[in-house]
Design a protein around this ligand. Structure first.
Ligand code: FES
Length: 180
């Protein structure tokens, strides 16, 4: 080792330390900025409505005249649409217990029921194949573990082309009817 080597070595070590310190400081500042940026993005994102999700909640099911009298099951939406002349309503086919699809079940003979003090005659029910829940024709749960009635969804008629629109984002009461 010559003299010049031993004289340079301490200077280089100090330089190395300085550059390492500067590097670590940059990483620290970068991490803070990255964290702040991510938090800011999440805060702003939370204020923007999820348009795609909302859009898929509303869909057209055809012209009133094209829909069959009685019941139609829209399988991919698990939705029962009922047509009685010019009147329409829609009931969810998703069981309110754990979400299995309930089956439309025609009764052998009409049945008298009473819901909230109102007497009705029904000729079908919805039965869940998973754990045995049963619902009256209006969706009211009356047997099995389902904790509440089937959901009813809003129907409206498109002002553009006259097709019926189902809105799965808007639940309605059991007395809802759309007359066209
Ligand atoms: S999912 Fe229908 S009874 Fe359990």
């Amino acid at each position: 080792m010559n003299e010049s080597d031993s004289a340079q070595s301490p200077k280089e070590t100090e330089k190395d330390k300085n550059s390492r310190r500067a590097f670590l400081q940059k990483i620290g500042v970068g991490s803070v900025l990255l964290g702040a940026g991510a938090t800011g993005f999440q805060s702003v994102r939370a204020l923007i409505p999820d348009i795609l999700y909302e859009a898929s909640e509303r869909f057209k099911i055809g012209h009133p005249a094209q829909i069959s009298e009685g019941v139609t099951f829209i399988e991919d939406r698990r939705l029962y649409v009922f047509k009685e002349g010019k009147t329409f309503y829609a009931i969810s086919g998703a069981c309110t217990h754990l979400g299995c699809t309930v089956k439309y079940t025609k009764l052998n003979q009409p049945k008298d029921i009473e819901v909230d003090g109102l007497k009705k005659k029904i000729n079908f029910e919805f039965h869940c194949p998973c754990h045995g829940s049963k619902f009256y024709a209006d969706g009211t749960n009356f047997a099995g573990p389902a904790p509440r009635p089937l959901r009813w969804y809003k129907l409206e008629q498109s002002p553009d082309d006259g097709q019926l629109i189902v809105d799965l984002g808007e639940e309605v009461e059991q007395n809802f009817r759309l007359t066209v």
